[in-house]
Design a protein around this ligand. Sequence first.
Ligand SMILES: Nc1ncnc2c1ncn2[C@@H]1O[C@H](COP(=O)(O)OP(=O)(O)OP(=O)(O)O)[C@@H](O)[C@H]1O
Ligand SMILES: [Mg+2]
Length: 327
Amino acid sequence: MPSADTDIVQALRDADLIDTDQPVFQPLAGGVSCDVWKVDTPSGPIVVKRPLPQLRVAAEWTAPVERGVSEVRWLQRARAVDPSIAPKVLAELSVGHAFAMEFLPDCPVWKDELVAGRVDIGFAKQVGRGIAAVHSATANRDEDRDAFRNDEMFRALRVDPFLFYVAEQEAELAPALHAIANDLMARKIALVHGDISPKNILVSGDDPVFIDAECAVYGDPAFDLAFCITHLLLKAVWLDDERLKQSATAMVDAYRAGIDWETPEALLLRAGRLTGALLLARVEGKSPAPYLTDTEQKNIVREQARALILDALPIDDLVTQWKRTFA
Ligand SMILES: Nc1ncnc2c1ncn2[C@@H]1O[C@H](COP(=O)(O)OP(=O)(O)OP(=O)(O)O)[C@@H](O)[C@H]1O
Ligand SMILES: [Mg+2]
């Protein structure tokens, strides 16, 4: 274990989570933005997560480590809505905004399930339901608005890299992308997770467990729906699998059924506009989908995304009309 981590060991001892100087730290997969370890403790395994100041992506991308606090708060707030949808936070540690949470055994990452061809449309529905539950419980609540005033962080991690960065490369689309970005930043409606993607959802039997909430902000709930649907549509192209489109439809339908804070049509249209922009960002932005390397597949996404940015569709229609191939 590198010597810098002695701080973490001490912090775990201070929190009474471990009673040894030499715990075994087992790195967990992922880790673009954080160090994540499984650590054995006398009362069973836990997860320790510490935000990195510099993200491990190709383009230079720094982010304040205070986002660890946003994540802890989101996990706690989500559990107050429904304890099954987020892991329990065990302690906030005194170093670098690291924290400890319960380790969920036998819970694969949803992305791995999808890539292995295990596509459960009922599970996608549960994801839509879970996201909507957090949005509904936090919509128009001053307490949540005050607890998640993370606009600067959200701008640095989401709006700049996914929207403004792409606008710089694409003169023709820039006005539309600026309008989408400004509208997104202006809306303060509910608690947004900010990184709902299949790689941040664990599969606990039939139930989704959401993790990795570093981008949490009080903002536009349409963002979470758009972000996750973007991932499913990209994978539908990559894997050429119709069931991924069906999963997207099931997720949107379940989410829609949970919208009780505003007119569903308005939200679905905003989500559709955002999805167009995020799809393009995953081909041309700072954080491209790593699996989408085939030029033809990239063009399928790029062409549809460009059209959607200029002429938005509600997200339900967008999903229905999405093409996996040009054939
Ligand atoms: N509570 C948990 N129980 C079991 N496994 C977990 C838990 N939290 C995280 N993991 C595992 O660790 C991986 C990384 O966690 P997480 O997504 O929070 O880190 P990250 O560094 O922010 O990742 P990335 O930036 O790559 O999305 C997850 O994909 C999952 O496999
Ligand atoms: Mg993650």
